[in-house]
Design a protein around this ligand. Structure first.
Ligand code: AMP
Length: 299
């Protein structure tokens, strides 16, 4: 038992992790931690945990007194025709893995708990950040990010973390959330941690579960393409790098939704490396999965 938490308010107990389905008891459990000056770390997830999620939980464990993981497949960030219904779920396994990674509390609300009858508010980061790459209306669109910022703002208000942890895997999401925290003065710090990959380079993702064996093999071309972009860019031409990346994808029969180089902070297009960090981001459908990945090229 974490010494920062009291034994009361235990709706469900799973070895070392306590599961909360409702906001109020979670708040009650965290209030004394905050009063005693303890630091709270939050790792928001949609579950079906893999090493990427676990790396965030371990970082939170190392830095915070109390670690909270949220487990919520947020319907408002899925568009019509996206994979909300078939999104992979395994709560029992998630709770076990979360406990092993040192999580103290899991907040796993129902959709009705997060969006009760009459829910009508949205949190939206405007401008370029949510309009390009995945935010382009030909792709997931700005509504996707509005769903993300609304649910994450709610999680921040319910949990009140000192530090919230996100993965570089979802680089645009991280950039949008950093802007939201800055613009709306959320009193917390966001930490963005490196993408965790399979041994062959494929970025870990809950959606990798959709890949049939042949597609799983082809999917490695995505990280290979990003490596090619970085190699050529560092050798002198980002433009040539993007071309090399396209060739890697094409050789695997993958037609990307986008493969673009952008300024890592503003997400404005980047033609060449010019001294500031460049994000090269890719999205592609491989078999039944829409996969995203990126590389951050720092000078
Ligand atoms: P998700 O459950 O996919 O919404 O992801 C929850 C958090 O884990 C987000 O902050 C993601 O960016 C992060 N994440 C997902 N995949 C990875 C990965 N391969 N490496 C590091 N972080 C990841």
């Amino acid at each position: 038992m974490n010494p920062h938490l009291t034994a009361s308010d235990t709706p469900q107990q799973d070895a070392a992790v306590r599961v909360y389905r409702a906001k109020a008891p979670l708040r009650d459990a965290l209030a004394p931690v905050r009063r005693a000056g303890g630091t709270i770390g939050l790792v928001p997830t949609m579950g079906y945990l893999h090493e990427g999620h676990l790396s965030l939980l371990r970082a939170a464990r190392a830095e915070c007194d109390v670690v909270v993981m949220s487990l919520f497949v947020n319907p408002t960030q899925f568009g019509p025709g996206e994979d909300l219904e078939r999104y992979p779920r395994d709560e029992e396994r998630d709770l076990r893995l979360a406990a092993e990674a040192g999580t103290d509390l899991v907040f796993a609300p129902s959709v009705a708990e997060m969006y009760p009858e009459g829910f009508a508010s949205r949190v939206e980061v405007g401008g370029n950040l949510t309009a390009v790459l995945d935010g382009d209306s030909a792709r997931r669109g700005p509504e996707h990010f509005r769903g993300v910022t609304t649910v994450v703002a709610k999680l921040f208000n319910v949990v009140g973390p000192d530090i919230a942890y996100f993965g570089q895997k979802d680089a645009q999401q991280a950039a949008v959330l950093i802007r939201m925290v800055r613009d709306l003065d959320f009193p917390l710090r966001i930490e963005v941690l490196p993408t965790v990959r399979e041994p062959d380079g494929l970025a870990m993702s809950s959606r990798n579960a959709y890949l049939e064996p042949g597609d799983r093999e082809r999917a490695v071309a995505i990280s290979r393409a990003l490596a090619a972009v970085e190699r050529e860019a560092r050798a002198g031409s980002l433009r040539a790098g993007i071309e090399a990346g396209r060739r890697e994808l094409s050789a695997a029969g993958i037609e990307p939704e986008y493969l673009e180089a952008r300024d890592a902070a503003s997400l404005e297009p980047a033609a060449e490396l010019n001294g500031s960090p460049v994000l090269v981001a890719v999205a592609a459908r491989v078999g039944g999965a829409r996969l995203i990945d990126n590389v951050l090229i720092t000078p």
